[in-house]
Design a protein around this ligand. Structure first.
Ligand SMILES: [Zn+2]
Length: 193
């Protein structure tokens, strides 16, 4: 017997599923968030036995003969090498490294009002790189001005470094909100908030 509603699937391109678009949080084997992927990719990885489904959304995906819940969180079944991930130097990634906090006064602000500060000013030969750029609020940035940390008496709270590991922070920054079903797995990166 043909399942009810199966005809509607003829209107869709081959391989399509009838489902609201949702995304899937990808975790390492050790439950650390690595990335946000499409649910379609999550299903492909699941079919290939590369991930196990940890949480699901309420929505179901259906083809003519199968129906299952859309994965909300999946976990790799094999070890993931952190070295595989190259972290690009970008404004968003610097803000994420510094957890959206001014590195001088410690205040947390939305990304749109934060600035990037050259610890050693460019006019003094300071480079634009992970080791010389920190997140600063506009007040601290302008009060430090073109002075070195010693001259201004303003030192970054943390010595700026290239992050070796930036799980998902930039993605989360871009999304603005974390779905509740993901939050359990994001404590390790949001704990300092
Ligand atoms: Zn500040």
């Amino acid at each position: 017997m043909v399942p009810k509603g199966a005809d509607a699937s003829k209107d869709l391109p081959p391989g399509s599923w009838r489902c609201a678009m949702e995304q899937t949080l990808l975790l390492t084997r050790g439950y650390e968030p690595i990335s946000v992927i499409s649910w379609q990719r999550a299903i492909r990885l699941h079919v290939l036995d590369k991930v196990e489904v940890v949480e699901t959304w309420d929505q179901e995906v259906r083809s003519v003969c199968v129906a299952f819940k859309v994965p909300a969180v999946v976990r790799l079944v094999t070890a993931f090498s952190r070295h595989q991930q190259k972290i690009k130097f970008s404004r968003q990634n610097v803000l994420a490294r510094d957890r959206w906090r001014c590195q001088y006064c410690g205040a947390k602000h939305p990304a749109r009002v934060l600035t990037l500060d050259h610890v050693l000013p460019r006019s003094r030969g300071g480079k634009t790189c992970w080791e010389n750029i920190v997140t600063a609020c506009s007040t601290c940035n302008s009060s430090k001005g073109n002075r070195t940390p010693e001259e201004a008496g303003m030192r970054p709270r943390k010595h700026p470094q290239r992050p070796r590991w930036l799980p998902l922070l930039a993605v989360i920054a871009a999304r603005r909100a974390i779905p509740p079903v993901w939050s359990t797995y994001c404590h390790s990166i949001l704990g300092a908030s």
